[in-house]
Design a protein around this ligand. Structure first.
Ligand code: ZN
Length: 174
């Protein structure tokens, strides 16, 4: 990984409309010590901000890495690297928020059941079958890696309901 230890230590969550949230993340090629440091830093930021998932784009690093934890229990922390979707079925709609879009919430339609493959920090491949909340988190975080955020997936009502806060974040960034 091209980031230094010092750069990783200083990473913070970036907020909409920072352009890195719109980038398509690159595949991880090297599973090295700094990749592990990046994952640990992201897990720390996810917990400190009470999130259930955090993608590398959200800390300004456009690599195909995210961390997720549907329960908040430390033993459920998991890193997903170079995720690929193998199966997806059913539909479910539920409210989502995002650490990069503070105070923005809206209903998002996702597949209810999925099967994915991904790699852990050591470069070991694993598969996960997920439903409901975990399935939703994995799809939300994968969206980040493809430069997509929740407002892209909200219907007109959801976008309208959040328009003030969206404008507020855009003005803050200028
Ligand atoms: Zn998010």
């Amino acid at each position: 990984m091209e980031l230094t230890r010092e750069q990783i230590e200083q990473l913070e969550i970036v907020k909409y409309p920072q352009p890195v949230l719109r980038q398509t993340a690159r595949k991880v090629e090297r599973f090295d010590e700094n990749l592990e440091l990046l994952v640990l830093k992201m897990i720390d930021l996810m917990h400190r901000n009470k999130g259930v998932g955090l993608a590398a784009n959200q800390v300004g690093v456009p690599l195909r890495v995210f961390v997720a934890n549907p329960t908040g229990q430390p033993e459920d922390d998991r890193a997903y690297i170079n995720i690929e979707f193998l199966e997806a079925s059913g539909w479910a709609e539920a409210e989502e928020g995002c650490l990069s879009l503070p105070q923005i919430y809206g209903n998002v339609r996702r597949n209810q059941k999925i099967k994915i493959e991904a790699w852990d920090v050591k470069g070991n491949r694993f598969e996960v079958q997920a439903t409901d909340l975990l399935a939703r988190i994995l799809q939300h975080e994968t969206d980040h890696l493809d430069g997509k955020i929740i407002i892209d997936r909200m219907n007109m009502v959801g976008k309208m309901a959040n328009r003030r806060q969206i404008k507020y974040l855009e003005d803050l960034y200028k």
